[in-house]
Write a protein that binds this ligand. Structure first.
Ligand code: ASN
Ligand code: ZN
Ligand code: CA
Length: 335
């Protein structure tokens, strides 16, 4: 069946009024992003199962949501928009055509269960699923969370980092790194880029984010630096070492104000790190992930992979190469 590519008007919860990819004509539209591999967003209507896709969001006038979670379409708008930004970022910045680099879209499912405070990617459905939060916790559909989950699909399709020990931390960090890169790249006035993960969700109930990249230990759990025991932590805490590397490589050590947020990033050896910039750090990480890392890569291997990537992209004798190495030393990952 032929479906026109449309651009619907979405009233999101986190990103203001946005344009979302939809399909349809003549008073009947669906949340199907024909321009991005047919990525669709479904409403689970509070069932809590992985056995069904849910109901595809449809709408008679192609104007979606009302900016609050009281309207069921709103979470769908945020999810569709987050997937669209992530797709566009991979395509325009990194030259990747969708999660599997074959132009095929995935799908999103929102309103999973009741008061579910998480979101997840699952290879089995090639889809991501979002809870609504509950109480003071907001729906899990922010740009960074969407990009984090969709990036789990990219990691599965590339290095396929095992989701335990140090490789698991690298898998998680890859999702946080790309989530942050997407959020900055999106440049959305209502959700400007930052080095925080989940700052819109209020997951702790006190306004603090889920994770901090400048000093990961600010969450009370994550590792700032590599140690021989880091791989025995939960993967969402061992990720701190690479998240901290990404911050240092992007912005350098010490105090810095970025988009109105104050950061202060320490180093293991007390030596300063000069930044390569966020764009270079992102491209180096992606090339390392997609070219050199394997399912069993550990922190030492991630250092080698990013240095190979930096040499490929900027030259082995470049300041960028040297600063990437210094950023690893600053998180206690050495030669
Ligand atoms: N939100 C979590 C993540 O993407 C879900 C999980 O731990 N599986 O890492
Ligand atoms: Zn994750
Ligand atoms: Ca963020």
């Amino acid at each position: 069946e032929f479906q026109d590519v449309k651009n619907g008007v979405g009233n999101s919860q986190y990103s203001g009024q946005v344009t979302i990819g939809t399909a349809g004509a003549g008073g009947s539209y669906s949340m199907t992003d024909t321009a991005r591999g047919g990525h669709k967003t479904y409403d689970l209507q509070h069932v809590e199962t992985d056995d069904v896709p849910g109901t595809l969001f449809t709408d008679p006038d192609d104007v979606w949501g009302n900016g609050t979670n009281g309207n069921a379409q709103t979470a769908g708008v945020d999810a569709q928009y987050g997937a669209q930004l992530t797709w566009d970022f991979y395509k325009n910045v990194l030259g990747r055509n969708g999660i599997e680099n074959n132009g095929v879209g995935a799908h999103s499912r929102v309103h999973y269960g009741d008061s579910y405070v998480n979101a997840y990617w699952w290879d089995g459905c090639f889809c991501m699923t979002y809870g609504d939060g509950g109480g003071n916790v907001n729906p899990l559909t922010s740009i960074d969370v969407a990009a984090h989950e969709m990036t789990h699909g990219v990691t599965s399709a590339t290095a396929d980092l095992n989701y335990s020990s140090e490789s698991g931390g690298l898998n998680e960090a890859t999702s946080d790194i790309m989530a942050t890169a997407v959020e900055f790249w999106a440049n959305n006035a209502a959700d400007p880029g930052d080095y925080l993960i989940g700052e819109k969700i209020n997951i702790n109930g006190d306004g603090t984010p889920l994770r901090y990249m400048d000093k990961p230990s600010k969450d009370g759990w994550s590792a700032d630096y590599w140690s021989s025991s880091v791989g025995s932590s939960d993967v969402h805490f061992s990720s701190g070492v690479a998240n901290h590397w990404f911050y240092l490589a992007s912005e350098g050590s010490g105090a810095k104000l970025v988009n109105g947020v104050n950061y202060n990033s320490p180093t293991y050896d007390g030596l300063p790190v000069n930044p390569v910039g966020r764009d270079a750090a992102t491209k180096i990480w992606y090339r390392a992930l997609s070219t050199y890392m394997t399912s069993s890569t550990d922190y030492a291997g991630a250092r080698t992979a990013t240095l190979q990537a930096a040499a490929d992209l900027y030259g082995a004798g470049s300041p960028t190469y040297k600063n990437v190495a210094n950023a690893w030393a600053a998180v206690n990952v050495g030669a």
